[in-house]
Design a protein around this ligand. Structure first.
Ligand code: 5RP
Length: 224
C-alpha cells in the first residue's frame, strides 16, 4: 500500500466518529481531503462543519456539507484532522498546509481531537519535520534570531500567505523533547500568531494507517 492508500484507509475509518445531526470540526490537508470525500459518499448527514481553512471549506461546500461560522457554534464534539508528526503521547506538529492557526482555533472548540495519519507521521520525538510557525511579517527577523538561540534554523516559507494574511516560518533542527513547554514559550513571543506544536490541544485519539490495517491509539488528556 502506498501513502495515499494508507491515508484513504484512515479517512474511511474516521467515519466511525461522525454522528448524524452533529456539528463536526474539519481540518486541512490531503488526508482530510480524503475524509471529506468519504463523508460525502457515506450518506451520513451532519448538521454542518466548522472548517479550518478556505481549502476545506470549498471542498465541504462542493460536497453539499454546510460550513458553519464560529459565531453559530459554541462547542464541537469531534474535530478530525491530520498531522505532520505525532509522538507516543499524542502531541503533534501541524501546519505543513499553513492552516495551523485556524486548526488550533477549531481544536480549541472541540471536546475531542481525532488525528488521522499514515504511519510515517509517528515519531518518538517531535522535530524532524520543520516546525511551522505563523508570524506577523514585521516580527520575522527577530523571531528567526530567537529560534537560532534555541538551536533552530528558521526560514520564511516562500510564496506562502496564510488564510489570515500572515507568513509561515519553518524551523529546522529543533528536538522538541518537552512539547508543552516549547508551545507555551514560543506562543508568548511577540509576533507569533500560532506555533504548530499541538500539546495543549493534543490528540485524544489517533487512527494510524499502516499496511497491516488501521491502528487506534487513545491518549489520556491529563498527564502525570
Ligand atoms: C495542515 C496540517 C495537516 O494536517 C498536515 O500538514 C498533514 O497533511 P497531510 O494530510 O496532507 O499529510 O497541519 O496545516
Amino acid at each position: 500500500m502506498d501513502q495515499h492508500q494508507l491515508k484513504r484507509q484512515v479517512a474511511q475509518a474516521a467515519l466511525e466518529f461522525v454522528h448524524e445531526g452533529e456539528v463536526l470540526g474539519v481540518g486541512t490537508g490531503s488526508t482530510v481531503d480524503l475524509f471529506i470525500e468519504a463523508l460525502a459518499g457515506s450518506g451520513l448527514r451532519v448538521l454542518g462543519a466548522v472548517s479550518s481553512s478556505e481549502r476545506s471549506s470549498r471542498q465541504l461546500m462542493a460536497a453539499g456539507i454546510p460550513v458553519l461560522d464560529t459565531a453559530a457554534v459554541q462547542r464541537i464534539g469531534t474535530y478530525i484532522d491530520g498531522a505532520d508528526e505525532i509522538d507516543p503521547r499524542g502531541h503533534m506538529i501541524k501546519g505543513g498546509g499553513a492552516a495551523l492557526t485556524r486548526e488550533k482555533i477549531v481544536a480549541d472548540l472541540a471536546e475531542r481531537f481525532v488525528c488521522i495519519a499514515d504511519a510515517s507521521k509517528c515519531v518518538d520525538v517531535l522535530g524532524r519535520f520543520p516546525l511551522p510557525v505563523e508570524v506577523i511579517p514585521m516580527a520575522a527577523p527577530q523571531l528567526i534570531r530567537r529560534f537560532a538561540a534555541l538551536g533552530g534554523v528558521a526560514r520564511i516559507r516562500e510564496a506562502c500567505v496564510t488564510d489570515n494574511g500572515q507568513q509561515i516560518l519553518d524551523v529546522r533542527g529543533l528536538a522538541i523533547t518537552d512539547p508543552l513547554a516549547m508551545e507555551n514559550e514560543v506562543s508568548a513571543w511577540p509576533g507569533v500568531v500560532t506555533v504548530g506544536i499541538f500539546a495543549r490541544h493534543k490528540a485524544r485519539v489517533a487512527l494510524i494507517g499502516a499496511p497491516e490495517g488501521v491502528r487506534r491509539l487513545d491518549f489520556p488528556q491529563q498527564e502525570a
